[in-house]
Design a protein around this ligand. Structure first.
Ligand SMILES: NC(=O)c1ccc[n+]([C@@H]2O[C@H](COP(=O)([O-])OP(=O)(O)OC[C@H]3O[C@@H](n4cnc5c(N)ncnc54)[C@H](O)[C@@H]3O)[C@@H](O)[C@H]2O)c1
Length: 276
């Protein structure tokens, strides 16, 4: 997938972020920095990946293992985000790919009329403002670094690539999701405007928009899961939920050299949900 450089992934302790971390490591990235609130789960993800890389190395010789660094970070903490993104870039020597997967989902019982201000702020702060903080800190660094050569057929060089997490709710509304849908629409808007700012500089910025995907976000509450399964059966043309690896594959495509002419896009990975 042409992701040989260094990646920074937020929300990497669980679900799709974790699948992205595993995918970059498997595809031969030189290093991955994993950021999340949940330090214990981050350590477990690092151990899993290190084990997998060690097992791979026993089978072959000479390949350089992927460096895995973990950072306990709340993406809403502006100063901490600035510090950690700079530290990662310094440690690795550069920062090639950023994946903004940290996020939360809240349903407002009774809908928009009853959504609490606290819930509104929490979702907007993490899903939108957190994405902006990481994007801004990374873009400043990426714009100053030399472009890397794509491993694929001499395509134009890439200085960096940022993948933000939208959702199907970045382009359509779903009931009881006032703050989440507003935040995800805004992430798609942030992606479009920022991508245009830097399109000529070799910095690409795209969004990935997953549909219903099996992760702790969707499966940990049996009631939410049941409602979702009913919805999937009636509204998703493929009649199933996605798995986190299927979303990570879309992220690899957007991050790496195979999407060299793609910027400002919102890639739907949703089993056909938004095509209806
Ligand atoms: N699962 C789905 O069906 C689905 C669908 C569309 C979009 N998404 C989006 O995909 C992304 C990943 O979701 P997931 O399903 O893997 O969820 P998840 O709950 O499994 O993982 C989210 C991770 O983000 C971390 N996180 C939350 N708040 C944070 C903060 N303030 N700072 C740092 N880390 C924080 C959590 O600790 C967790 O590890 C989210 O942006 C989500 O909105 C998910």
């Amino acid at each position: 997938m042409d992701v040989a450089g260094f990646a920074l992934i937020t929300g990497a302790a669980s679900g799709i972020g974790r699948a992205c971390a595993q995918a970059f490591a498997r595809e031969g990235s030189a290093g991955i920095a994993l950021l999340d609130l949940n330090e214990e789960a981050l350590s477990a993800v690092k151990a899993e990946i290190d084990d997998e890389l060690r097992a791979q190395q026993n089978g072959s010789t000479g390949s350089q293992p992927c460096r895995v660094e973990i950072y306990s970070v709340d993406v809403t903490n502006e100063d901490l985000v600035n510090r950690v993104v700079a530290e990662v870039a310094e440690k690795f020597g550069r920062l090639d790919y950023v994946v903004n997967a940290a996020g939360i989902a809240i349903k407002h019982q009774g809908g928009a009329a009853f959504a609490t201000t606290a819930d509104w702020h929490r979702v907007i702060d993490i899903n939108l403002t957190g994405t902006f903080f990481v994007l801004r800190a990374a873009a400043k660094i990426m714009l100053k670094q030399e472009p890397i050569t794509s491993a694929i057929d001499g395509r134009p060089l890439q200085r960096g690539s940022i993948v933000n997490f939208g959702s199907i709710q970045g382009v359509v509304g779903i009931t009881l999701s006032t703050a989440y849908t507003a935040a995800k629409h805004a992430v798609v808007g942030l992606t479009r405007t920022a991508s245009e700012d830097y399109a000529q500089d070799g910095l690409r910025i795209n969004a990935i928009c997953p549909g219903y995907t099996e992760t702790p976000m969707t499966t940990k509450n049996p009631q939410v899961l049941k409602a979702m399964e009913e919805r999937v059966a009636s509204a998703v043309p493929m009649r199933r939920m996605g798995n986190a690896r299927e979303i990570a594959d879309g992220v690899l495509f957007l991050a790496g050299g195979r999407s060299s002419f793609v910027t400002g896009s919102a890639l739907m990975v949703d089993g056909g949900y938004t095509s209806r």
